[in-house]
Each structure stands twice: as C-alpha cells, then as structure tokens.
Design a protein around this ligand. Structure first.
Ligand code: SF4
Length: 454
C-alpha cells in the first residue's frame, strides 16, 4: 500500500482584528513545531490576499512581506510534507477565486478517501493545482449551492479521515473538525473582541487571547461578530490523536482540558510503576520527553539530570521528509554529557520509537559517553501500525516495533532493558480525554476504509 500524503500541520485564524496578519504571524510562530517546511498567510481586505513560501515562518515572512498583508481577518498555516508532497504548490492556505467570492482554506490532517474523491471530481471536470488532498474541499464547495455553511455541510459529508479546517471568505471565518475530533482546534478571544481559531492553545497564549473551548467532533463554526455553531453530521465520537499528547503538541498547550506537560509527566510516573529499574540517573530526550522524565524521576526518587543536550537550531528528526535528512538530523541535534552519565546506570526516557534510528543512535551516544547501563523507557506504547490520519509514522514495514519483538528491539538498540508504557497506562495518563485514537498502537482504526494485513 502507498502512503503518499501524510502531514501534521498547524492552522490559525483570526477575525475582527486591526492586526490580523501580524497576530497570525505570531500564532504561526507558536505553532512552528507542527511543521517547518512551509508557511502561508491569507488576509481579508475586501478580497483575499495571500503570501506564502517554503521554509520556517521567519524565512517566509520578513517585515516587507508582512506589511503587504493588511486587513481585518486572516488565516495561516505551517506545514510539514513528505518528500513527494513538498514544494510551493502544496504550501497552504489555498486560495480559490470563485465567481461569487474568494475562499481560502488551511487544513491539518489527512483525507483518507482523497484519491477516490479526486478521481470523481476530475471526471466531472475539476483541475487540481497541487497534490495535496486539501484542494478537494475547494472543488467540493464550488459544486454546492446555498450559504457557505450549507455548502460546508454538504461538502464535509464526503470527506473521511482527519481534518481541522480554518476557512476565510470575504464574509466570515470558519472552523470545521472531522467527526472523530482527530485533530485539535480551539476557539479563543482577544480583549478587543477578535475571535481566534488555532490548532493549539499555545498560540492563544502567545497573542494574549483567552481560551474559550475546543471545537467538537463534526462541528462547524462561522465567526463574524458572533459565533454560530452547527454540525455537519450526527454520527460523531471523540477520538483525539493520542500522539498529540505524546509528541506533537507543545507542553504548555491544553488539549481537552488536559495540560500536555501534566499528561506527559503522568506517563513518566506510570512508566515507573509499570517498569521500575534500579538506576543512578534519569535522562529525558529533549524536548518532548523532558516532562515524562520528570515524572519518572519524581515517582522513583532517582535524580533527573540533563544528560543530553539539544542543538536547538536543527529541525525535528521525526518530521524531516527523507531518510537521509532524518539521519543527518539525529547526528547533528543531540550531544551526551559525559560528566553526567560516565560510570552511571542511566534510565533513558523517550516519547516514542518509530523507525528506531534515533533511539539506537542515542543509546550508542550514551555508551560512548561512558554510561555503565542504559535502561530505555518509552512514554508511548509500541507503534506497530501506520497512521492514515496525517501523521507520518511511515509504512508498517518501516516501523521497528512492527518488525521486532520487544527483546529483539532491546538487542537492536543495544540497551540493557527496554519497556513501553501500556495502552491502559497511556489512557490513564490522559484520563480526562473524552476518547483517544490509538490505532498506531493497537491497529483499531476508527474509520471503516482501513484494514491492515499482519
Ligand atoms: S493512528 Fe496514531 S498517529 Fe494517527 S491519529 Fe491515531 S493515534 Fe494519532
């Protein structure tokens, strides 16, 4: 099976603000960790105007480019792409200039029936400008009549998979979530009354907006001076991506009333209960495993030390688009602190093992730095199945936990012991969540279209 389009992105939108583009720029900075390969902003000044490019938010937007974006409402997007899905044509938002009005769309997620929909639309005469599945929504909208909300209701019903959309028209800002709530989208408000939509609450905090609430699965909001809400389907249930808690979201963000740092810390405490080990020092892999490491250390009484230092100016390994770039990224991004690990029994806490490349290199690095024993503890269950909902956990043939049993994996990593948090433990850590997608751990896909042969 081919898995061409995988992306984990960040979306942001604001309406009724004098500084819509500037605040969107700040919002995208706060969401930069969700995608480092492209960024774009569309602003409303009567019609819609767009600026976008390949690279980090700072690379794409300089002062001169931002100054061109004046208006009272804006949406923005940061993007991660696979090797086949990169390039300026796939950088969002997408802007559709229709006879009736301009429509801009930014999307986080993955439409799993995209190929089928594209084929149907192309047979009906649609021309696609990108290989992104997001463009499908624009074509679906253009084929329906009525108000924008009516057209959205009619269009979203065709889409299966994961989506959090922010959409800007000449009349209003819209947000829409898939029926499972796989991708987070939160609503906030500024002191001056401007409303904000964002993938994470950390962007609200950065611009001084107050969190109002999460959007519900299947919900559409239309925001102008007020918020109007409806659903495109009654067939909904909560299944937030568990990887949002484990890896993607920033620790200061709040998901479903859970502070992400607190959930991660709890995974560390639970890991200690499930897989204790005698050791001298606990070391978390920076940055996303620091919270879990503090939980493990607190629960065990073993000192938590900074035994690995991250070079902040190298991109995240997991979300680099090619194998070569990922391997280069691991070599460049971490250093072991010999004075902390030399002669010690180390508990190494990491958030996940996907392909195994990073974990193996870190274990080797700690050995070279003089660690006597290395006990690897992972704050997510074994990732044994691919994700089809927009997270690049790769094909199952590349997932090391799919290929190896835990003892073989321990030997491959050259660790002294290896343990993963159980699925029950993870659920316990995110206990106030209304429901989690756990498909990459247990193969239980929430949509109907997917079956995996063992
Ligand atoms: S399969 Fe895994 S990565 Fe994908 S949405 Fe579900 S929990 Fe998240």
């Amino acid at each position: 099976m081919a898995f061409e389009i995988h992306e984990e992105c960040g979306v942001f939108g604001i309406v009724n603000s004098k500084n819509a583009a500037q605040l969107t720029y700040y919002g995208l900075h706060a969401l930069q960790h969700r995608g480092e390969e492209g960024a774009g902003i569309v602003v409303r000044r009567h019609k819609l105007h767009i600026e976008k490019g390949v690279g980090l938010v700072n690379d794409v937007f300089n002062a001169e480019r931002l100054s061109r974006l004046t208006g009272s409402a804006a949406i923005g997007h940061v993007r991660y792409s696979t090797a086949g899905g990169g390039g300026i044509h796939n950088v969002q938002p997408f802007l559709f200039r229709t006879l009736k009005e301009d429509i801009a769309v930014a999307h986080n997620g993955n439409i799993i029936n995209a190929q089928q929909l594209k084929q149907t639309l192309e047979e009906a005469g649609a021309l696609f400008h990108s290989s992104s599945d997001t463009e499908i929504l624009g074509h679906l909208l253009s084929r329906h009549k009525g108000t924008m909300v009516e057209r959205l209701i009619a269009s979203l019903k065709y889409l299966d998979g994961a989506f959090a959309f922010v959409i800007l028209t000449e009349g209003a800002l819209y947000g829409a979530c898939d029926r499972y709530g796989l991708r987070p989208l939160v609503l906030g408000q500024m002191n001056d009354g401007a409303y904000v939509l964002s993938s994470e609450t950390c962007a609200l905090d950065l611009i001084g907006a107050k969190y109002i609430r999460d959007l519900n699965p299947g919900e559409i909001v239309r925001i102008d001076r007020e918020i109007h809400s409806c659903s495109y389907t009654k067939d909904t249930h909560h299944a937030m991506c568990a990887m949002e808690y484990i890896y993607f979201s920033r620790p200061d963000s709040v998901l479903e009333n859970n502070n992400v740092h607190s959930v991660r810390k709890l995974t560390g405490r639970i890991l200690w209960n499930e897989a204790p080990v005698e050791a001298d020092v606990v070391i978390g892999v920076p940055d996303s495993s620091i919270s879990a490491a503090s939980g493990y250390a607190e629960a065990s009484g073993i000192p938590n030390e900074m035994g690995l230092i991250k070079n902040k100016y190298v991109g995240r390994t997991f979300i680099q688009p090619t194998k070569e770039l990922r391997e280069q990224g691991v070599r460049m991004k971490l250093s072991a602190v010999s004075s902390i690990v030399k002669g010690k029994r180390v508990v190494l806490i990491d958030d996940s093992i996907v392909r195994g490349t990073t974990s193996k290199r870190i274990v080797t690095m700690l050995r070279h730095a003089g660690a006597k024993e290395i006990h690897v503890r992972i704050a997510s269950p074994m990732i044994r199945y691919p994700c089809f909902y927009g997270v690049d956990t790769s094909t199952k043939e590349e997932l090391i936990a799919h290929l190896m049993k835990i003892d073989d994996l321990r030997d491959y990593l050259e660790a002294d012991s290896l343990a993963f948090i159980s699925i029950t433990g993870l659920k316990q850590a995110a206990s106030t969540s209304q429901g989690l997608c756990l498909a990459c751990f247990n193969g239980d896909y929430i949509t109907n279209h997917i079956t995996i042969n063992e």
